[in-house]
Design a protein around this ligand. Structure first.
Ligand SMILES: Nc1ncnc2c1ncn2[C@@H]1O[C@H](COP(=O)(O)OP(=O)(O)OP(=O)(O)O)[C@@H](O)[C@H]1O
Ligand SMILES: O=P(O)(O)OC[C@H]1O[C@H](OP(=O)(O)OP(=O)(O)O)[C@H](O)[C@@H]1O
Length: 231
């Protein structure tokens, strides 16, 4: 009997298959060619955005993929629900989970974390460098607090899940800390970058305990991803 093209996901309770957590949204689109180079072909339903399934088999019997929100990829892998994942380095820095090992830069989803302010404020002589406290809207409260604390400034964080760029014009905060790639979202909202915080790209992440208990299997997957990035 021939092997099926796509092995079915085995459902809750199955423990042998390695689970790879992938982020929905913009990274998923960029990931397709890399997964193909790594020899991973998810069940066709995976690419169907109208499908309500979240867990999918692949062409590899020992590998399943799950599709979750970008921030949740780090949580699924940190808690060992998935052994492998793909996530932006912005998310890794925000959570700083000690259980996560990030052995590989996938060289996708490249952008930066920056602080931005309204154009008019950035041009004024008061550049904010003498403030002891500042209100900042962001999806990254931990990164924001750490960044300002290192400069002796207390960040009063307004935690949003998106549309940070609206905050200054509506009086919610003076500054924002967000991702910038082309800068067009900032420009469209009258904001300018005033400080670069960190470069960002997508990373392969691995649960450290899983790596200890299944070193050969996970080591082989890391090697396949490494070859896919190089090739
Ligand atoms: N403009 C961008 N250019 C390049 N990479 C980006 C950009 N925006 C986000 N990313 C990367 O993609 C990841 C996912 O971002 P995306 O906007 O798809 O999801 P999200 O809005 O954070 O998630 P959700 O929709 O679940 O809240 C980010 O964590 C970051 O690493
Ligand atoms: O500098 P740019 O090229 O304009 O990219 C930056 C934008 O990209 C991201 O949002 P995304 O488009 O992922 O939408 P989101 O609001 O769902 O996060 C980020 O939050 C910025 O808003």
């Amino acid at each position: 009997m021939n092997a099926p093209l796509f092995w079915p996901a085995r459902g809750a309770g199955a423990s042998e298959a390695i689970v790879l957590a992938l982020p929905k949204g913009r990274l998923l689109g960029e990931l397709g060619p890399l997964l193909a180079r790594a020899g991973i072909e998810p069940d066709p339903d995976f690419a169907d955005e109208s499908s309500r399934r979240l867990r999918f088999g692949t062409n590899e019997r020992g590998l399943e993929v799950v599709r979750v929100r970008s921030f949740d990829v780090a949580t699924f892998v940190a808690f060992g629900a998935a052994a492998l994942g793909v996530v932006g380095s912005d998310v890794l820095a925000e959570f700083d989970y000690p259980e996560l090992y990030a052995p590989l830069d996938l060289r996708l989803g490249r952008c930066r974390l920056s602080i931005a302010a309204p154009e008019a404020d950035a041009a004024s002589s008061d550049d904010g460098s003498r403030w002891s406290q500042v209100r900042v809207a962001t999806k990254y409260p931990n990164i924001t607090r750490r960044h300002f604390a290192a400069r002796g400034v207390t960040a009063d964080v307004v935690h949003l899940s998106g549309a940070m760029e609206l905050a200054p014009s509506l009086g919610l905060s003076r500054l924002i800390l967000d991702l910038v790639q082309t800068g067009s979202t900032l420009r469209a909202n009258g904001l300018v970058e005033i400080e670069h915080v960190a470069d960002v790209s997508a990373r392969l992440i691995v649960n450290r305990t899983a790596l200890k208990t299944r070193p050969d299997l996970l080591g082989a997957w890391i090697a396949r991803f490494r070859a896919a990035v190089a090739g």
